[in-house]
Design a protein around this ligand. Sequence first.
Ligand code: APR
Ligand code: MG
Length: 279
Amino acid sequence: PHKAKWKVWTKEDVKRTFPKRKPGSHKGSFGNGLIIAGTDEMPGAAILCSLAAKRSGIGKLTVAASRFVSGIIASRLPECVFLHDGLKKIVEGRMPEKMTAAAIGPGLPSDETVELAAAQLLKTNLPLIIDAGALTKRQYPKREAPVILTPHPGEFQKMTGIPVADFQKNRIQTAVDFARENGVILVLKGRNTVIAFPDGEARINTAGNAGLAKGGSGDSLTGILLAFAASYKDIKAAAANAVYFHAACADYWKETRAETTLLASDLNETMPFVMKEFE
Ligand code: APR
Ligand code: MG
């Protein structure tokens, strides 16, 4: 019954709300993130997510992954630290200290262990991004820190039981209803991603292109969301800007190269040029 209040989120909106990095800032000013992602069969999701988080300015990053996955990440990204057998530790409630935001899901299976880890994270008061394997049908507890869910349409169907064809006709209102009812931020992905807030507002992203329609691009978005959620004061701007920035990186690639050839890992190479226009 609450009609969604929505607007298209533009480059001007991003520029206006992009936080300035103060000259006297230190790594503690930009958050201490935790990523729970990747399996030995799907290590790339953890790499893409971690790379994107670091490129997006997070101060410190801990990755909870197997030794195999950690080894691969360390060789690509010497800037992060690791929590070995992290998934198990988090299930047992042994959270690493001093974290300020967390993301769970890329490259993880939808199994009981992942569900238990997500439940532990929901008990904390950390801003939390939930993606991919960690997206299931569940209740969301009342908590102060924001929860951001990032389903593509197939995952949203799994979370709600509503068939894709039914909600795609009315995706803005459906997303806002879900965000209000569950007290979460819902990023419903795909062409014209909807970012819906618990207050009934929504932002629409019209940037991006079909070069993003490729395994791995969602993992990069989760990393960007983690970095922005960890470092912004305004969580609504953080979510909308992350979605825009991710899409704008694909558009930047397309200016000079074929969209077909875009790899999720290429997004990390275009980030410095695209963000240059915001900061
Ligand atoms: N136009 C614009 N943007 C698009 C388009 C399009 N035609 N197609 C896709 N995108 C964007 C989406 O909006 C989203 O940001 O690309 C991203 C795709 O994200 P996902 O659907 O999550 O895709 P993917 O990266 O493959 O997810 C892989 O999911 O299966 C799990 O665990 C696995 O972590 C892995 C992850
Ligand atoms: Mg995905």
